[in-house]
Design a protein around this ligand. Structure first.
Ligand SMILES: Nc1ncnc2c1ncn2[C@@H]1O[C@H](COP(=O)(O)OP(=O)(O)OP(=O)(O)O)[C@@H](O)[C@H]1O
Ligand SMILES: [Mg+2]
Length: 510
């Protein structure tokens, strides 16, 4: 047995009805390395990891997985078995129990016992030990729901490590993290590596791959395209392998011609409905023109998502200021009213707000848009189908058919369904909250093209994004938020990364 190799995939094939998710995958992972996996949405990355972590046990796929020189044959309670063997996974979507403490979550279902009851002192002491050893900056007694996503993820990692993981799988761990939290995670991975833990790191963010991985495997359409040392790759080469063609530019050139102001927010103030002394918005001012893309930048916690929720009458309570659509004040108290007034939202949280997971793609796309397809007494099925087809084609949603349930799609393809649904609703003002999070480079480009199309047809677009390059690449103007208020709106030509970061961190511009 080659002791350097901790894991090997041999001719692994996994089929779902109508889809070959993995097609004869073979590659090796060396002990102690950080091994990146990337590829377009639906390439099969998460499915491969689910085989490794026991979600799909032995016998539900073809081929074999060799772990420490032996074939991995996970049976009945496969997930637990994988954990016991030392294979742990941090999922794309976090899985913690929000009402429990950090320690309780870390040892959930595996609580240390003494005379038949839980030994809490030991549980918290063990938790603290793990947290400290790996530089995870969280307190064991804190209740999970009071933590931000970055810290929640640290708890997930601690949970994985508490099972003495030899291999730690991170599936798109940074999609909801701020820059500072990402830096922290990169440090943690460094510590894991120096402790001899092998990491498999899945991401769509190329800069992260180049920052921390030793090797990268590129997947496309269920196949392994290449596995190479990171030092032999460049961003261009990698993108080429991912999309199977050369991509010259990240942002398509639009021909946008902004006209009149259609949407305006004046000195908007809002508080937490449960705690009136807590201001979530503290003076937000901006306007958007027809045919314009306004980017909203800011750090995590700057109030961007709170702004969106407030505009849609959800969550916070407005205590001052105005929202004007076509010069008329609107006061939406729920999302329906905002939508009826002409606002649409591509939400940040696709599971919570965007989709009915058990329904088909077709239903999800067409449901909010049924009035477009209704005749006098019936829904025009053909028109419904045609419009949805067009949409899913242009965004290249990868699925066996439009009848497929949304829950069977890969994470990125679910996001495309959300976007399709709102693009079809022909809004006047389209608000997109981190629209391309978790979406592969090729599909991002398609979304940007659609945004340009919409804007060229007079739709005003407000795009919130934590990807500053995207904000700068796609916006006409950039509004920067900091601590619940708007700072300055800059024409994109004057918005450099430095200036935006300075505004976002509360420095005044010189
Ligand atoms: N339970 C399932 N039933 C049917 N099809 C599935 C199921 N799970 C995954 N698939 C399909 O298998 C393919 C691979 O999906 P997978 O989630 O592995 O992609 P991915 O590379 O992780 O994509 P993303 O970057 O979007 O997360 C997709 O076409 C997906 O629709
Ligand atoms: Mg995935």
């Amino acid at each position: 047995m080659d002791n350097d190799i901790i894991l090997e995939f041999r001719n692994v094939t996994k089929k779902f009805p109508g889809v070959v998710a993995l097609n004869d995958i073979s590659f090796k992972i060396h002990r102690g390395e950080i091994h990146g996996i990337c590829g377009e949405n639906g390439a099969g990355k998460s499915t491969l990891m689910k085989i490794l972590s026991g979600v799909y046990p032995h016998g539900t796929y073809e081929g074999s997985v060799i772990f420490n020189g032996e074939e991995l044959k996970l049976g009945e309670s496969a997930i637990q078995e994988a954990g016991n063997k030392g294979i742990a996974i941090v999922y794309q979507e976090l899985t913690l129990v929000p009402t429990m403490s950090v320690g309780e979550n870390v040892y959930l279902g595996r609580e240390p016992l003494e005379h038949g009851s839980i030994n809490w002192n030991r549980l918290y002491a063990n938790t603290r030990e793990i947290l400290e050893k790996y530089g995870l900056d969280v307190q064991p007694h804190v209740i999970v729901k009071s933590l931000g996503v970055g810290k929640m993820q640290m708890v997930e990692i601690a949970k994985a490590l508490s099972e003495k993981a030899q291999v730690l799988i991170l599936d798109e761990p940074t999609s909801a993290l701020s820059e500072a939290e990402i830096d922290k995670l990169m440090d943690i991975l460094g510590i894991l590596k120096s402790n001899g833990i092998t990491c498999i790191y899945i991401t769509h963010k190329l800069d992260e791959l180049f920052r921390i991985t030793d090797k990268i495997t590129v997947m496309r359409d269920g196949k392994e395209i290449t596995t190479k040392p990171t030092s032999e790759l460049t961003q261009e080469k990698l993108v080429g392998y991912m999309v199977g063609r050369e991509m010259k530019e990240r942002f398509p050139k639009g021909n946008r011609k902004p006209t009149d102001i259609i949407f305006k927010v004046e000195n908007l103030q809002a508080v937490d409905p449960n705690e009136a002394s807590h201001k979530v918005l503290n003076g937000v001012n901006f306007d958007v023109r027809k045919g314009e893309i306004l980017g909203i930048a800011g750090l995590m916690g700057a109030g961007r998502t709170e702004l969106v929720m407030t505009l849609f009458g959800e969550y916070s309570k407005i205590v001052g200021g105005k929202i004007l659509l076509n010069n008329k004040e609107i006061k939406p108290t729920n999302a329906r009213q905002a939508i009826d007034a002409g606002l649409s939202l591509v939400p940040e949280d696709r599971k919570g707000m965007g989709l009915v997971l058990i329904q088909s793609i077709l239903k999800n796309i067409s449901l909010p848009n049924l009035d477009q397809f209704s005749g006098f007494f019936r829904i025009d099925k053909d028109a419904e189908l045609k419009a949805s087809m067009l949409q899913s084609k242009s965004l290249t949603i990868k699925a066996p058919s439009l009848e497929a349930a949304v829950e069977t799609l890969s994470g990125g393809n679910q996001q495309k369904v959300v976007i399709s649904k709102w693009l079809l609703s022909k809004p006047k003002v389209l608000i997109m909250d981190d629209p391309t999070r978790g979406i592969d480079v090729g599909a991002k480009y398609e979304i940007y093209k659609l945004m340009n199309d919409l804007a060229e047809n007079g739709v005003a677009i407000i795009m919130i994004s934590s990807d500053l390059e995207e904000v700068l690449g796609m916006s006409d103007r950039v509004m920067v938020m900091c601590s619940g208020h708007s700072t300055t709106t800059l024409p994109v030509a004057e918005a450099t990364v430095e200036r935006v970061m300075a505004l976002a961190t509360g420095m005044s511009l010189s």
